[in-house]
Ligand binder design. Sequence first.
Ligand code: ARG
Length: 471
Amino acid sequence: MSNNNNETDRGAGVNAAWGGRFSEQTDAFVKRFTASVSFDQRMYKQDIQGSRAHARMLHKIGVLDRQDVETILQGLDTIEREIQRGEFDWSVALEDVHMNIEARLTELVGDAGKRLHTGRSRNDQVATDIRLYLREQIGLIIAEIKRFECGLLEVAEREVDSIMPGFTHLQVAQPVTFGHHLMAWFEMLKRDASRFADCCVRMNISPLGAAALAGTSYPIDRDFTAEELGFTAPAQNSLDAVSDRDFAIEFCAASAILMTHLSRMAEELVLWASAQFNFIELPDRFCTGSSIMPQKKNPDVPELVRGKTGRVNGHLMCLLTLMKSQPLAYNKDNQEDKEPLFDTIDTVQGSLRAFADMIPAIKCNHQVMRAAARQGFSTATDLADYLVRKNLPFRDAHEIVGKAVAKGIAEHKDLSELSLQTLQQFSDRIDEDVFEVLTLEGSVAARKHIGGTAPEQVKRAIAQAKQDLSV
Ligand code: ARG
């Protein structure tokens, strides 16, 4: 059990909330083993928020009188302040965030505190808290994706006509613009943001009122609490409401996909920053040196993000396995949902922050990128297309260009460096105008349809993206 906070044994010596039925104390180790307060205390704000809504609802339906509800609300305010100031005495004996707060409330306000738990259970309470917490965190994640996207747009705009090799199989394929490459990253992030938003919509329903599993015999107003807490509606089935964690799985799946995208970007950054590629320079403040090799500048931040992807994938697997075969309704297994979920949130937020800060500060070595695009016969397809425009079938053109490439390889020359005479040995349809299509600029400019790499199209994509993001 972690001891990160000022947890004490307050509440020891009692079986906090179920003393009546038990004839012996919970084993000391079992208490620590079953406690979740060390990690679920991070949902204290949401727990208090849920309690406020529940208390107001109990008053509305006449279960709590005005005096009680006011006392409870004041007590909750005090507790919130105590926690924020680090003055709250978290107790492992009180197991979790819910019982810690409730016990303190009773300590502060007496009997009114004991009445708060009327018509609810920790089962609907925890299901509510996680949703509220995750909803807030998803908002922060989407905002951070947007900041990263804005940074990408800034660099893409700057590099809208910087030429680099485009790769397939990591072999030089065709020239592209760096701006176009960055806009591919932008597209991935756009889908990631929409996945998070989507998962939030399904998650945003209120389990409160499901109580332990079957609902409650009090005439509760579930619409009231749902609305108070900003949920779109009450959950429609009490058994499902307390046991469902698919929203957490969905969040981790969206996170795993996002991290997979970040790992792909990370991999490219690591490659590009190597001496062999030398396409970019990462800012020093995002790199570290070596204690033994004085020349080293290591791309630690992208490497770490790449590595953390494994961790988030693991959390997704963990939650899927946690849920698998669980009978309805709530099972204590579900307490195990929090650590993977929280670590996923932290990892995603940290990785996004690092990238959003780092990407706008990368420097491009334009000459090197350009020179690399000239290698590997990246305009060979352009020559084939040129011959097709001169009425050769594409397959024949492909064959002819293949031979010209073989000649280039033998003479250590790019296609654009072969003489017109040499090129004409392969086809008499080749004229002086061929050199326009063999240039890198000619090659990228020709791909000017929607989604193509031509600078004019990349500019259009950037303008559209800015409009979508309203920046
Ligand atoms: N700490 C528990 C959890 O995280 C709260 C619900 C416990 N309910 C119960 N009946 N033991 O899931």
